[in-house]
Design a binder for this molecule. Structure first.
Ligand SMILES: *Cc1c(COP(=O)(O)O)cnc(C)c1O
Length: 400
């Protein structure tokens, strides 16, 4: 693949618009100049032109999802967590029991949300980064007849693991339960085949793999699920049934939409389609990850996860064991060179993360690796190998 990204705009000023830093974080992330430029005008939320933007957005997302007849797409104001809460509070009946597959911070947040909502849940907790497997989910579903729904995080962004949602979807369907997916950080890049997965609902947001700016998320669910959600939500503003009903009758958002964010997102969607859609996005992010991982390994860094589980979204690296390594200093040195990296979120081993998503290609990733090399040199660290203790902790947890 080519290292550069095709722009639909041919404005030569684009070259001058390289960002002063790249966000190597899993959203907010680095956006295209055209996406940012789309925010330079004001929109009336009731105006037909803005309703057209909303309709285009919903149609394009359903097209990416792969089904426009049985499913519908509803955007919701707020960050991704607001949309997860809207989905759970609206789609999951009060007398349900949800099996939550947890292997990181976002799975834990779902459990916490269900607690706020007063829904019964059972938790399969795999620790910091081990994948929930189909066979163990099947055992729980066979023994616990009260479970009505299974929810899984597609890419658990806290470690970067890509969870095996196909095998989880298969056992969930085989046991006649409904599947919910937090695909926040994966939708648009990783394939989520709706016909195979047969999910009840899934959720993602504007500032992840479609490369928009933050301000809203969206729920793709069966039309029947939106319909049946009437009167169920605990929250006026997060009531998905009402948002769906009003959007489908008036073409408008129920309360003030983030107009500039929506305009930017539609521009990002047009770029996404022009660049080749999901396969092209996956290819670019995979190339970003492969360039990053190969380069960092050559400097001595080790990834938390084995090849099988590495996502093309974000990669966790173990902190170097050298006594002079200090993440804060490393972070500042990387930032001086134009790259914002991300702290780790693990309990067992010290780590940090580098995101592969955003408007850049492997040419930029090569510069990230060069910046890491220079930053290590500035700290007088000859080799980035982690300590024997953290390698042992990682390997023990992986075997557990
Ligand atoms: C980003 C993300 C969320 C939502 O986080 P917000 O900070 O509320 O946008 C939820 N789940 C996953 C897996 C994510 O990556």
């Amino acid at each position: 693949m080519s290292d550069t990204i095709e722009h639909t705009s041919r404005n030569p000023d684009d070259l001058l618009m390289e960002p002063d830093h790249y966000l190597l974080t899993p959203g907010p992330l680095t956006t295209a100049p055209q996406t940012r430029a789309a925010m330079m005008r004001d929109w009336g939320s009731w105006d037909q032109e803005f309703r057209d933007l909303t309709a285009e957005l919903r149609g394009a997302l359903l097209e990416i999802a792969g089904n426009t007849t049985v499913y519908d797409c509803i955007p919701m104001q707020g960050s991704g967590t607001f949309c997860v809460e809207a989905m759970l509070g609206s789609i999951v009946p009060h007398d349900s029991k949800v099996l939550v597959l947890v292997n990181g911070a976002y799975g834990q947040r779902i459990v916490k949300t269900l607690g706020y909502l007063g829904r019964a849940c059972r938790v399969l907790d795999k620790g910091d980064f081990s994948p929930p497997r189909g066979a163990e989910v099947a055992r729980i579903l066979a023994e616990d007849a009260a479970i009505t729904h299974v929810i899984v995080v597609h890419c658990e962004t806290s470690s970067g693991i890509l969870n095996p949602i196909e095998e989880i979807a298969a056992v969930t369907a085989a046991h006649g339960r409904k599947l919910l997916i937090d695909s926040m950080s994966a939708f648009g890049a990783v394939n989520l085949d709706i016909e195979t997965l047969q999910y009840e609902a899934m959720v993602s947001s504007a500032n992840k793999c479609i490369e928009g700016v933050p301000g809203f998320g969206f729920i793709i669910a069966r039309k029947t699920a939106f319909e049946q959600a009437e009167g169920r939500s605990h929250s006026l503003s997060l009531d998905l049934h009402e948002q769906w009903r009003i959007m489908n009758t008036t073409g408008q958002w129920r309360f003030t939409p983030p107009t500039h964010v929506v305009a930017a997102f539609v521009e990002a969607l047009r770029l996404y389609m022009a660049q080749g859609g999901q396969p092209a996005r996956l290819e670019r992010y995979t190339a970003n990850r492969d360039t990053l991982v190969a380069g960092m390994r050559a400097l001595g860094f080790e990834t938390l996860l084995g090849e099988q589980w590495l996502s093309p979204i974000i990669v966790t690296f173990l902190t170097p064991g050298h006594e002079l390594f200090d993440f804060r200093k490393f972070y500042d040195l990387m930032k001086e060179k134009g790259f914002i990296i991300y702290p780790g979120k693990l309990t067992l081993v010290d780590s940090f993360r580098i995101g592969c998503i955003g408007h850049f290609g492997p040419d930029v990733m090569k510069r990230v690796v060069a910046a890491a090399k220079e930053s290590l040199a500035a700290l007088d660290i000859p080799h980035a190998a982690p300590s024997a203790a953290s390698l042992a902790a990682r390997d023990a947890a992986a075997l557990a």
